[in-house]
Design a protein around this ligand. Structure first.
Ligand SMILES: [Zn+2]
Length: 1004
């Protein structure tokens, strides 16, 4: 028997939490969803004809939040010479068409556009839209700010962007506006974590458009286009089970049935006297098409997406022809046709599938990589626009800092001595960046520039907010300064100051130690910690490889900082005379280290270099007694321009190397060894456009590889795709592991797909996977992990090898619409980034990479000031150290979100960051319980409610459709535990979301 629908009846969906189901109550509920009844949210679905094939026409538009045009150009319809598209007209036109004929329905998706349009409408228009939503004729699907990319996105940013869009819908339309169906019709491959997040957000089902062409053939044959996706290996089913369907024709209308102004198909002519009469042919064609389509699916329902990119600007064209099509096809029923066609929506189609009461097969892996032909692997965009990808990740870090301080400090952060500050504009910019042509790197150049502009503009109000908040928390108003270019060692403030203060803010729920590096112009400084004690410091001189001062020697100051959980430490730095005996001047010993044993080492790790080549040769984990031969070097694939096998070129989306064997950039580097008390570095120059520093900080358990690549020369007419490759003496048996959106780990096997027999046609590109935060390989004893600082493509092309594509520059467009080769403007041609290498025993590996990866995503934020502040309040003494938590969170718990939600309201997400069975060394995979009462030092939680993941439904009142998996009887959904703020238990990989009413301590 089928599983249970959401309870119906008075107050359904808004009633109090149902008690555990007794058999009698189960029976009553089954009766309630007996034929004719509708679960909440599906009440407005159209009637179908049970004995017929029901063809659900879904009228929709796919509105990219930036691609060939910027977000604003698309919204207003500017630059129609680039692409004819104007979203404001689409919404105007659809509204009119829906009001003209009551059977018509439409689905809308992207809240970045819809909310903007909504705010420009009159009250009367808004009322008309509300009525359409109430009638179920305007349905929202997905409902995120954007339809996010799934390969290059971090789960935290996905949750944030979905929360933003779904919140708009909730506040505008109440529960009637809540999308029931997730709708990712265009993203280029689908991650398992995305499905898990959708399930946790409360979606009943998920439809997408793109899947590998071989996979699609197999699925159609086995009628497995629709399945249950079990999207987590840790969450107990059905928590992360999501009904998932691949749409029959991506997201386009069937061939010859496109009736938009941009299409050239004939409208339906039903006047038999007209020489253009075609109605009969159209009906015959449609009936045949419906029959073919049903053969790949399992129910007597099938769906057709009637729309495409930016369509319905003249909605009348589409709807007028669809009206005719429906009338003409259904008229055939009188003469025995068993096809019934109707206006429907994704949710109403899903509802009919649900009612069909079938048992569905279960998918456990993901839909990467995506290929639409033998030499057409969409694995290039995993790396495309590497600088923008880093800027996006860095902005995520800064946004969380901004969110936290806004929540910790309350109104005094928004309005203070530095003016008005807010997180909202960076939050919106970050949401836009998650779009599947934004962080994916697949937009035109001018659009990529506009994405960067939006981020940069979002940073400003957050900097004001940080200043207000830090002044309040430290009790001192200072001239706070932000250096946004510390990643390339530029900070005019520290380079010009005689003395200054560094506030180091730590956004993690546990104490961290971090090496602070700041560019300075003179040597010899005295650094003091928050308690006034002298902190050791070093100077490093280096030659800048990047703008604006190439080849000039620069200095960096280096000192270790210790920062409490969710708090800050203030360090004071002042220049001292080098001749003074208290001087801590220490000139690093830089050596042209030809004849020396090239080794860098700290208390935990040792890295040895080949004296002949200057390349890394061996890594030793001294603490765990592990020794591994590891060679690392840079290589490049020469990008295909198309060949006899296929005209496909490597481009913004597609990765297609001309030769499968990459060229080594340099077999030999002249290493320069730098050793100080705080860091040991080997500087390597691979070429005029590729250099690297391999470093070991004192006290760190990771070997850091900071590479600088670009501008990639293309004077030889070869586009180049540059990889950093680690070759280790590990027997890995074709296996490697990559993360899914920075969270759960998936096992990858070279030249293999778990659900179909792969015909591998691209030995390199066809083995690339998205690496959002980490990739690793292992044997029976040890694991070699590389953490990344942004999303990249990665693989293990040979046993023992890990490669990550760090940058690419291409001379040809790859024919997927963007129409530009991926050349990149300055400054995107230069890319600097970091890989962290970890070598561990299997049982310590998860603890090492999980904790370090969070420290990379939420790194400490540096805020500078000249130091001579004035008191924030005369009565309060300034303080140099602060923690927003009264106790540290346990290591397995991550504070995912702490965000101001509204007056007196805070959004809080806690996450168990270990998978089931992942950590055996410290038992970090065990369930963990946290006490939230009095956890925060600046605020008191007066009321706490738990919600679903995107905070648009109370968890106790949320219910989903549960589907019967072929693996066995459907497990009953877990009842949410009774909420006790003093004992919040997190199971492995569980995220729990709360809305809290709070009072800030000490007034504002
Ligand atoms: Zn798209």
């Amino acid at each position: 028997m089928g599983s249970l629908a959401r309870p119906v009846g008075p107050g359904s969906g808004l009633g109090s939490r149902p008690p555990p189901l007794a058999p009698l109550r189960l029976l009553v509920l089954l009766l309630l969803v007996a034929p004719g009844a509708r679960a909440a949210g599906y009440k407005t679905c159209p009637e179908v004809k049970p004995g017929m094939l029901n063809v659900h026409l879904v009228a929709h538009t796919h509105d990219d939040v930036g691609w060939l045009k910027t977000v604003d150009q698309y919204f207003y319809g500017i630059h129609n010479d680039i692409q004819h598209a104007g979203v404001q007209y689409i919404l105007d036109s659809v509204l009119e068409a829906l009001r003209a004929e009551p059977s018509r329905r439409f689905v809308y998706v992207e809240m970045a556009f819809f909310s903007r349009w909504w705010h420009q409408q009159s009250n009367a228009t808004q009322e008309a839209v509300r009525a359409l939503v109430h009638q179920g004729r305007l349905e929202f699907a997905n409902g995120g700010w954007v339809m996010n990319d799934e390969a290059a996105t971090h789960y935290g940013a996905i949750i944030d962007q979905m929360t933003l869009g779904l919140r708009f819908l909730r506040e505008t339309f109440g529960d009637e506006g809540r999308p029931l169906v997730a709708w990712h019709i265009d993203p280029f491959g689908h991650s398992r974590e995305q499905a898990s997040l959708f399930a946790q957000m409360g979606f009943d089902g998920f439809f997408f458009g793109r899947l590998d062409y071989q996979d699609k053939v197999t699925r159609k044959e086995h009628r497995e286009m629709e399945q249950i996706w079990r999207a987590s290996a840790s969450l107990k089913p059905p928590a992360a089970d999501l009904f998932t369907g691949a749409l029959p024709n991506m997201y386009n209308p069937p061939e010859s049935l496109c009736w938009d102004s941009g299409c050239s198909d004939s409208p339906i002519v039903e006047d038999p006297r007209s020489p253009e009469y075609n109605a009969k042919d159209v009906v015959t064609y449609f009936l045949k098409l419906s029959d073919i389509q049903r053969q790949s699916y399992r129910t007597n329902h099938t769906v057709m997406t009637m729309g495409s990119d930016f369509q319905y600007e003249n909605a009348n064209m589409w709807f007028k022809n669809l009206d005719k099509l429906i009338r003409l096809v259904n008229a055939q029923q009188a003469s025995g046709s068993l096809v019934n066609v109707l206006y429907s929506t994704p949710a109403c189609y899903l509802w009919e599938l649900y009612k069909s009461n079938l048992t569905w097969s279960v998918k456990l892996d993901d839909f990467f990589p995506y290929a639409d032909g033998p030499h057409k692997f969409w694995t290039g965009y995993f790396t495309s626009r590497a600088a923008l990808k880093r800027y996006e990740r860095h902005s995520y870090n800064f946004l969380q800092v901004c969110n936290q301080l806004e929540a910790l400090v309350g109104p005094a952060a928004s309005q203070g001595p530095y003016g008005s500050g807010a997180s909202a504009s960076l939050n919106e910019a970050m949401a836009v960046l998650q779009h599947h042509d934004a962080v994916s790197g697949t937009s035109k150049q001018h659009v990529a520039n506009d994405y960067a502009r939006q981020l940069a503009e979002g940073w400003g109000p957050c900097e004001v907010l940080l200043s207000n908040a830090l002044a309040r928390l430290s009790g001192s108003k200072k001239d706070f300064t932000f250096c946004r270019e510390l990643n390339i060692s530029l900070c005019p403030f520290t380079q010009g100051a005689h003395s200054f203060e560094v506030t180091v803010y730590n956004p993690l729920g546990r104490k961290v130690e971090r090496m602070v590096r700041l560019p300075v112009s003179k040597e010899a400084f005295l650094v003091k910690g928050p308690d006034g004690a002298v902190v050791p410091n070093n100077f490093l001189s280096f030659v800048s490889e990047v703008v604006p001062n190439p080849s000039s020697e620069q200095l960096e100051l280096l000192f270790p900082a210790t920062v409490p959980a969710l708090g800050f430490s203030v360090y004071s730095v002042s220049r001292v005379s080098p001749r003074r005996p208290t001087s801590l001047r220490r000139r690093p010993r830089a050596q042209e280290a030809e004849s020396l044993e090239l080794t860098i080492q700290n208390e935990y790790l040792q890295a040895r270099f080949d004296p002949d080549t200057g390349l890394l040769m061996e890594v030793n984990n001294l603490e765990e007694g592990l020794q591994l031969a590891v060679r690392q070097a840079f290589f490049w694939y020469n990008a295909s321009m198309g060949d006899g096998l296929s005209s496909q070129a490597s481009g913004a989306y597609i990765f297609r190397p001309y030769r499968q064997e990459p060229m080594i950039l340099s077999r030999w580097v002249q290493p320069r060894l730098v050793k100080t008390s705080l860091v040991q570095e080997v500087h390597q120059n691979f070429s005029a456009w590729c250099s690297q520093v391999i470093r070991l900080y004192r006290g760190r358990r990771q070997l850091e590889f900071e590479w600088t690549v670009g501008p990639i020369p293309v004077g030889d007419n070869w586009g180049k795709e540059v990889v950093s490759r680690f070759d280790a003496a590990l027997d890995t048996k074709g296996l490697f592991y990559t993360d899914s959106n920075g969270r759960e780990i998936l096992e990858r096997r070279r030249d293999y797909r778990p659900t179909w027999k792969l015909n591998q046609t691209e030995p390199v590109a066809g083995n690339y996977y998205p690496v959002n935060s980490r990739i690793y390989i292992k044997d029976s004893e040890m694991q070699l992990t590389v953490l990344t600082d942004r999303s990249q493509g990665g693989s293990s092309i040979r046993d023992g090898s890990i490669e990550l594509m760090v940058h690419r520059r291409l001379l040809k467009d790859d024919g997927r619409g963007v129409g530009e080769p991926l050349q990149e403007d300055l400054p995107g041609r230069w890319v600097r980034g970091r890989h962290l290498l970890l070598l561990n025993k299997l049982k310590t590996a998860a603890a090492a990479h999980r904790l370090q990866a969070q420290e990379e995503v939420l790194a400490p934020q540096l805020v500078l000031a000249s130091g001579d502040g004035t008191p924030y309040r005369p009565s309060v003494a300034p303080s140099k150290q602060f923690s927003g938590l009264r106790w540290e969170l346990p290591p397995s718990v991550h504070l995912l979100s702490l965000t101001h939600w509204g007056p007196g309201m805070v959004l809080l997400r806690l996450e168990h960051q270990f998978a089931v069975g992942e950590d055996s060394g410290r038992n970090l995979s065990a369930p963990v319980t946290v006490d939230l009462t009095d956890l925060f030092s600046t605020l008191t939680i007066t009321q706490l409610e738990e919600t679903t993941l995107a905070a648009n439904q109370l968890r106790a009142r949320a219910s989903r459709l549960y589907w019967t998996p072929g693996t066995g009887p459907a497990a009953a959904p877990l009842q949410p535990p009774r909420l006790n703020p003093a004992a919040i238990t997190l199971m492995p990989m569980e995220i729990r979301t709360f809305l809290a009413k709070v009072q800030w301590k000490g007034g504002s």
